[in-house]
Design a protein around this ligand. Structure first.
Ligand SMILES: [Zn+2]
Length: 233
């Protein structure tokens, strides 16, 4: 019981500590993405679907299907390896959409082995986690430390693959955005301004995504630990 409490406190401290060392400012990144001056620069660009298709041509990966998100209000976009499809959220008129689309296009050329692994493994990991929670809650799992270790171990593998896939796509996105913008009628000065803003967003977004992924692993362990304490307690 005391050991579980110590582990839980340690993980909570880890979450706070990592936010501090990475210097993450969640409000700042939200502010950065809202910039009407920059939105003005990209307002004459084609719609998101056309931008995506053009970028896929640049990276020579035109087999990818492009569609709109079913829910019109979703702002997020997504590449799914299962059907080799980029689903675009509603982000028209936002300057950051060029970077977001580049990001999804870059996912589509990542190692298929990693993408499929990530897809299948994530489902197994989440299912295993939920089952562990339920079985622990019902008192079937007695050695909770052993099961916590398994969840941690599975989480580290999940984090490693996801963090790599996201960091890789985010790091390369400004380059692809630049390639694309050079093919448009946009003046060089405006392209430079946009790319430097994309790089600025990345400075916050890359550590933030990595942080967000690892704290998910911690949060799952914290919840498991709390449930274990309730059951044992
Ligand atoms: Zn991504």
């Amino acid at each position: 019981m005391v050991e579980l409490a110590i582990l839980t406190i340690l993980m909570v401290l880890g979450i706070i500590f990592l936010k501090y060392v990475f210097g993450l400012k969640f409000k700042e990144i939200k502010k950065m993405a809202k910039n009407t001056e920059l939105d003005e620069l990209t307002k004459d660009l084609p719609n998101s679907e056309d931008i995506t298709k053009q970028m896929l041509e640049i990276i020579k990966n035109t087999d990818v299907k492009v569609k709109k998100m079913l829910d019109e209000n979703t702002g997020t976009s997504l590449y799914t390896v299962m059907n080799n499809t980029i689903s675009l959220g509603n982000m028209e008129n936002k300057f950051a959409r060029v970077q977001t689309i580049a990001h999804e296009c870059l996912h589509s050329i990542q190692s298929k082995r990693l993408l499929w692994f990530n897809f299948i493994y994530s489902n197994i990991y989440f299912a295993y986690y939920i089952i562990s929670l339920v079985l622990t809650f019902l008192g079937f799992f007695e050695n909770v430390f052993f099961h916590m270790f398994i969840i941690l171990f599975l989480g580290i593998i999940w984090y490693t693959v996801r963090a790599y896939l996201e960091t890789d796509a985010m790091t390369k996105a400004p380059y692809l955005a630049n390639e694309y913008l050079k093919q448009t009628k946009l003046e060089d000065e405006k392209i430079k301004t946009l790319i430097s803003s994309y790089n600025k967003i990345n400075e916050q977004a890359i550590p933030m995504v990595n942080y967000y992924l690892i704290i998910q692993v911690f949060c799952r362990l914290i919840l498991y630990s709390v449930i274990s304490m309730i059951v044992i307690g």
